[in-house]
Every structure is written in structure tokens, then in C-alpha cells.
Ligand binder design. Sequence first.
Ligand SMILES: Nc1ncnc2c1ncn2[C@@H]1O[C@H](COP(=O)(O)OP(=O)(O)O)[C@@H](O)[C@H]1O
Ligand SMILES: [Mg+2]
Length: 308
Amino acid sequence: MPASRDPKSSSPKRLVLFVEDGGGDWHARQLVAAFEQRGAEVVTTTLKACAFDTSCPYGLDIPGFDQQLPDAAFVRAISTGSLEQITFRLGILHALRESGVMVWNDARTIERCVDKSTATFLFQKAGLPVPTTRVIEGHARANKEAHQIDRPLVVKPLFGSQGNGVMRADTAADLPPPDTVGDVYYLQHYLRDDKADTFADIRVFVCNGQVLAAMSRQGAYWVTNVHQGGKPAPLTLSDEMAQLALAACRAVGANYAGVDLIQDPTSGQLLVLEINSNPAWKGLHSVSDVDIAAALADGFLASLKEMD
Ligand SMILES: Nc1ncnc2c1ncn2[C@@H]1O[C@H](COP(=O)(O)OP(=O)(O)O)[C@@H](O)[C@H]1O
Ligand SMILES: [Mg+2]
């Protein structure tokens, strides 16, 4: 019988922070400082460095825990990898949860968010307004689809982030080749006014069922991610924006997330564009007074306390 974990057994709390392969970034350092200021011990490591090991009492070997389990895990990054590597790393997160360890965000949530088609499906299922989207396998099918749709489409990699690989297809000839999208075509109506010369969308940062901060991202290029040159700008959050972001988090079971909203230029309606279960907050930090790392640490530790 594998050992089961007693959540009350250790104090102070010993946390694991999973960071990018190659080391923690500015966000990870902020989180470590915030957790330590609140009396927690943090071991920073990567999911890559963990092991499933039948000779360990809990079947897991997490660096820095001497074959014991952490009290909780915060996932800053999974890192890119082969299908096997990602499956292994998510497997470690699933295993931690199965062992009674609180994990933010849980592997199930990460899976729902990383796969843009599943996230879109869950938003729609929750009754949230989403852009018209169809996700299909095979270049020939995508080609047929694009021929039938009499308007520009946005094509996104199923697992993309930071605007990488997000492209516009005005005709079927603009569709990317199969190998660049794993032969899965996430096709979405293009929601920009062609006469506009600046573009914007909205990023809302949510933790523990509360909006921490929000910003508008603006740029001359229609893909407004900060990574693509979009500039963060302060935003007065409306109740509608807040409710959409909170509902999007509930739809995927996210403890914390960055939710992207976009306005349909024709109807003016706000739509839930996507959700990021490992969001950065450096851009938001530049236009908001809120200490995001401190708020994340507070939310995480409060949630952990509730589990005791
Ligand atoms: N359907 C769309 N119409 C117009 N602009 C879009 C659309 N989808 C995405 N964009 C732009 O591209 C950006 C990146 O798309 P998003 O779905 O958030 O993917 P990523 O995970 O790469 O951030 C958005 O922030 C927005 O600026
Ligand atoms: Mg985005």
C-alpha cells in the first residue's frame, strides 16, 4: 500500500515551485520572495527533475523533499517538450493531486487551458460568449472550410502562447502548412475592424475567484500580446469584464489565470478569447499598483489553510 499524506504533519509549509527548465525567471523570484515573506519554505525546481519511483514511500521523488511530499505545489511553468515529456510532467502533477497535495493550477486545468479547442468548448458550455470557432484535423478539411467562409479567419496553433504562430488567413491559400500546426486547424472568425490602425484586447488576471488586476493591450499589429509588441495600458474594469473573466476561470477550474477578452467590432459584444493557466504578469505589473505575486501567495496559502 502506498503511504498517504497527512496534510497537518508539517509546519511551516513546504512548497515546491515548478519553474522553466533552465531556471526561474522574474516571476518565479517574485513568488519565492512573497511566499518566504509569509513564512513558507519554497523549493524551486523543474518538473523535468522529478521522478516516479516505486522505491520512494509516496512513489514520487521531488528534488529537495527527501522522498517526502511537499505540502503544496505552484506551477509557474511546464516547459516545452516532446509529447512524452509533457505527458510525464503532467503525470507528476496529476500524481501530486492524487496524493492529496494542493496543486495550482491542477494538471486537469492546465490540460484544459493549454488545448485552445477544449478551453473554447468549455467556455461555450458554460454559456459564455466566444468567437465563432471551428477546430478540425487535416489540411484538406481546413481548405474546404476556408473556401466556404466568406471572411478572414484567424488560425492558431492548438498549444500556442504569447501570440506565437497566430496568423490571419484571408483565403484558403493563406492556411499554414500541416506540419506547422500539427495538422490541427483552430479556425476562428477574425474580429478586427479593417479600417482600424490600432488594435486592442483585454487581459484580466484572476486569483481565487477574484480579479486582481486588468489591462488593455494595444498595438499597431492586430496580435496584441506584449510578446508581439502590444503595449500594456491601464484599464477601468467593467463589471461585465470581471464577470466574464471569473466565469471563464470557473469553466476550466482555474485557481488563477490570465483571461483574454476581445470586443467583436461588429456587434460590440465582449467575448472570451482564451485563458492562460500559467500567466505572466510583468506587463500588468507595469500598469497596475497591485502586487500580483503577493496576492497569488496570499490566495494560495489561504486555500492551503482551508485544506488542513
Ligand atoms: N479571432 C481573433 N480576431 C482578432 N484578433 C485575434 C483573434 N484571436 C486572437 N487575436 C489576437 O491575437 C492575440 C493572441 O491570441 P490568443 O488566442 O490570445 O493566443 P495566445 O495564446 O498566443 O495569446 C490576442 O491577444 C489578440 O490580440
Ligand atoms: Mg492570449
